[in-house]
Design a protein around this ligand. Structure first.
Ligand code: PLP
Length: 473
């Protein structure tokens, strides 16, 4: 027999022990059970007790010792399960990725939060014309703002930009062909792939050009009697460098116009402002894409724009009307909460000078390294104290943040933060896991054997201090 192996308990003894376990009903009747019902409701309490009891029975059958007070042990386990904090709770994103898709992308400005809260709390004229007392349209709350900000004739809004692309393809080229450059057949995270979206939209893909070079003549040769539209897609999360050629939006608009076909330009992130004034790479704005002659331009609400998840399509009035008549549109429409939040975000763009102070996404992107480094210096001592019990040390470090969400993928933003290292270069995974389990989870990034907390996205020092205080060895 192997050393240290537990002697099997005879079956007879086991079943006698299990018989002493309390029933769910008895536990519900006990003081502890009544407290669980009062705090969480009868059904959740009953289910949690049933699970805890089952788990204890399985443990005992597997050879674990019966706790001295089984009823209390089951009540404690059920309480622990019911008290577990929700996974969908606030956390600190110190990953260095400002628009982190897995952490919910853009943080909304206070104006949008207020508008969304009001929309949740009160009836509102969502599809109701206050002038005439007749029916209104929900998109009307955004249409005027989008026209003003982009210079487009008209606009419509759907659940996200993936939906915007699907809707436009299906409406303009369903049952027909769409011409796209090979270099733009991209995959965005979360299984959004242009060829798949096209197939689901009922559109036949005609790919033209090569991966690195597509010429005007490629597009012209790709257009045939069955072509429904031309599509241009922003490469978002990758960049081809070297011997490359793409047909500029303006030139492509001319080719489409000559053929009497609509051109849609999917900008992906899109931006309503030239971000180079905040030190970011210059990208065509939505207004520029419209001015370059695209018949439709689509972009996201929760990427660089800094609002809630949404997909915008702006452009020609007759085409927008066709999109709105497609029954798919009804399945993709926004709810009142997001419409209210989006309207508030778009209104901020009417005053670009105030924008950076009001819009969290831009404010975080625009922070410079000196300011973030000063913050890291302020916080180093307290963070070092919090992790001292784990034998970790904490150093100031320079690091590079990313915009995220596929926007400006090759550009990084000089940033600073704190690097946590264990003794003897112990893997930082363990500390990373500890920080994730805090009541206010702290999510960092592991790089070069250290856990890096990039402070670009830490708005308030107290948040990190409060979170770290709960770190007990
Ligand atoms: C991100 C992106 C999409 C998808 O936008 P969502 O709002 O995330 O649905 C579509 N096209 C491009 C080019 C993108 O970058």
């Amino acid at each position: 027999m192997e050393a240290g192996r537990v002697q099997p308990v005879p079956r007879r003894v086991l079943s006698a022990a299990l018989r002493h376990l309390p029933s769910v009903d008895r536990l519900l009747g006990a003081t502890g059970g009544a407290a669980l019902i009062a705090a969480h409701g009868r059904m959740p309490a009953t289910e949690a007790l049933r699970r805890a009891l089952g788990a204890l029975r399985d443990d005992v059958l597997a050879g674990a010792a019966m706790p001295p007070d089984p009823a209390q042990a089951v009540l404690n386990a059920a309480a622990a399960e019911l008290d577990r904090p929700d996974a969908l709770r606030p956390c600190l994103n110190l990953t260095g990725t400002v628009l982190h898709t897995n952490l919910g992308r853009a943080l909304l400005p206070e104006e949008a939060i207020r508008a969304a809260t009001e929309a949740m709390r009160h009836p509102l004229a969502l599809e109701f014309d206050l002038e005439s007392g007749g029916r209104g349209e929900r998109d009307d709350h955004l249409r005027g703002l989008l026209r003003e900000l982009t210079g487009a004739e008209d606009a419509t809004v759907v659940n996200n930009n993936a939906a915007a692309v699907l809707l436009a393809l299906n409406t303009l080229a369903g049952g027909r062909e769409a011409v796209v450059s090979r270099g733009e057949l991209i995959e965005i995270g979360g299984a959004f792939r242009i060829p798949d979206i096209m197939a689901r939209a009922g559109v036949r893909l005609v790919e033209v050009g090569t991966t690195n070079r597509t010429h005007e003549k490629d597009y012209t040769a790709g257009i045939g009697p069955d072509t429904g539209m031309l599509l241009k897609v922003h490469c978002s999360n990758y960049r081809i460098e070297g011997f490359t050629k793409e047909v500029e939006a303006q030139e492509l608009a001319r080719i489409a116009g000559d053929a009497g076909l609509p051109l849609m330009n999917d900008l992906g992130s899109g931006s309503l402002l030239d971000l180079s004034r905040f030190g970011l790479r210059r990208e065509p704005t939505v207004a520029e894409a419209v001015a370059a002659g695209a018949d439709l331009v689509s972009f996201s609400g929760d990427k660089l724009l800094g609002g809630p998840q949404a997909g915008f399509i702006v452009g020609r009035k007759d085409l927008i009307a066709r999109l709105n008549r497609n029954p798919m549109k009804r399945a993709m429409r926004l709810d009142k909460i997001r419409i209210a939040a989006l309207a508030a975000v778009l209104k901020l763009y009417l005053n670009p000078d105030r924008l950076i102070a009001r819009l969290p996404t831009l404010r975080l992107l625009a922070r410079d390294r000196a300011e973030i480094r000063a913050q890291a210096e302020r916080l180093r001592g307290a963070v070092a104290e919090a992790v001292a019990g784990f034998d970790h040390d904490v150093e100031l470090c320079d690091c590079e943040s990313q915009v995220g969400s596929g926007a400006l993928p090759t550009d990084t933003l000089p940033s600073a933060g704190l690097a946590l290292r264990g003794p003897g270069g112990r893997a930082p995974e363990e500390m990373a896991a500890r920080l994730r389990r805090l009541p206010l989870p702290v999510i960092g990034r592991i790089a070069e054997g250290a856990l890096i907390l990039d402070l670009r996205t830490l708005d308030r020092d107290e948040d990190l201090l409060t979170a770290m205080q709960r770190l007990a060895p």
